[in-house]
Ligand binder design. Structure first.
Ligand SMILES: [Zn+2]
Length: 227
């Protein structure tokens, strides 16, 4: 009986722990020689750094510990970013990587949040919901996709694609500091909701055994989940 209670307690502790991050690792996508995507005069690496800085300020205001993987226009390889994030394994940390989309054509638009690990389901769900609401971006879906920044970290991680620079209307909005501030606010709100409500009402995706993601892997469309 005591053992059962102990096991139940451990299980509970683990669930709560996974769902209530104490530390946010902020990754501003691209940087330095890697500009990321471009569209309508916008350069992804600049938008990601600006949004990451805004997110950091909001997390600081909310009293949530955080670390920025880059604070200036510098290049960091994806595998190095993963290694940097993995140093926080066991410290109740989550990784949030900020990106903006660029594809040919003016039609695609909206917000998509990528994740892979089951314990990142709630993080992805809550961030997607709040960024869509705060920034007024179309809620495409959360997308379970095996990427280097979603599969390889040993902590829960998400990659937010916060709109399309290649869509002229969305680019106009992304060029405004107000929109980038709203995106940062949405990410912060999602993290605060996760700390408050944990995984309540959210079903984790099942565990899938899979190799680490490599740059040579063929592109994978992932599995879009409407929330
Ligand atoms: Zn990117």
């Amino acid at each position: 009986m005591i053992l059962h209670l102990l096991l139940l307690g451990l299980f509970f502790l683990q669930t709560v722990r996974a769902a209530s991050p104490a530390l946010v690792i902020i990754d501003a996508g691209h940087g330095g020689k890697d500009s990321g995507g471009t569209g309508n005069g916008l350069v992804e690496k600049d938008l990601t750094l600006d949004t990451a800085r805004r997110l950091q300020a909001k997390l600081n205001d909310a009293g949530i510990r955080n670390v920025m993987l880059r604070t200036s226009d510098t290049f960091i390889d994806l595998d190095e970013r993963v290694a940097m994030a993995n140093r926080y394994e066991g410290k109740n940390a989550v990784l949030v990587s900020i990106h903006f989309n660029a594809v040919g054509g003016n039609a695609p638009h909206g917000l998509e949040t990528f994740f892979w690990r089951p314990d990142a389901t709630a993080l992805a769900t809550r961030i997607q919901k709040h960024v869509a609401a705060q920034a007024g971006l179309a809620n495409i879906a959360i997308n379970r996709r095996r990427l280097r920044l979603t599969r390889n970290p040993t902590i829960p991680s998400v990659l937010v694609e916060a709109g399309y620079m290649t869509n002229s209307a969305e680019a106009r909005r992304l060029s405004s500091a107000k929109t980038r501030d709203a995106i940062a606010q949405g990410i912060c709100d999602g993290i605060e909701e996760l700390r408050r409500e944990g995984e309540e009402g959210i079903r984790r995706v099942p565990e899938i055994a899979s190799p680490l993601s490599r740059p040579t892997d063929p592109p994978d469309g992932g599995q879009r989940i409407k929330i």
